[in-house]
Write a protein that binds this ligand. Sequence first.
Ligand code: 5RP
Length: 251
Amino acid sequence: MFETSEAGANVNMDQLKRQAAARALEEVRDGMQLGLGTGSTAKHFVELLGERVAAGLKVIGVPTSEATRLDATRCGVPLTTLDEIDHLDITIDGADEIDAELNLIKGGGGALLREKIVAAASDRMIVIADDTKWVPTLGKFPLPIEVIPFGLGATRRAIEKAFAECGVSGQMAVRKAKGGDKDGHVFVTDGGHWIVDAQLGQIGDPARLASALSAIPGVVEHGLFIGLASSAVLAGGEGIRVIERRKPKGD
Ligand SMILES: O=C(CO)[C@H](O)[C@H](O)COP(=O)(O)O
């Protein structure tokens, strides 16, 4: 399904992200419980949602990171936790790569663990992105793997074994923080873990790789989101494309 973009071809990436966020906001209804994603695209959604809340919309959100918690608070979006409510209606989040099955690579911003917990607790997950995130095959974006620092050598060897079994290979690097007083130090997630980014190039069977990585004890979570996204809103120079997942979530 295609929709016409008002902005035409000369929009910059940030405008495209905002357009995708605005389109997803049309799905939000009074009384909904929302998962709030992390990243520059999700930040647009939180800001636009804040404007609707200021105008009287009644919603409550669960943030997927401390950064989003701060943004949502600044924008006046009421927040709760997954301990206080029993489900979420929609999670709206960005992605680093999206394929035709709506499998995703996420975690470029380091929030993959909370993002996956929140998405899994939601009836629907709407992915919002500029259309450069749409790829024929996942893997060009380095796959984030959240790990426990203890025993990292053993965990890395187990990850390499899982890669070989799944027909992929590539360099791994422990993520470093960029900017601020933590610049150059190891990046630490909101959960206190580290991230290993794996440069795989192409992931032929993302579901198989996801299962193999999940089975490794030192791996807390990985950035392959398989079967979680219900739809993707992609904004490009030609307009907005909304892609629905063929099978409903949970099937
Ligand atoms: O997974 C994420 C954070 O962990 C983000 O959703 C992903 O990195 C996309 O970010 P952006 O909207 O800034 O391109």
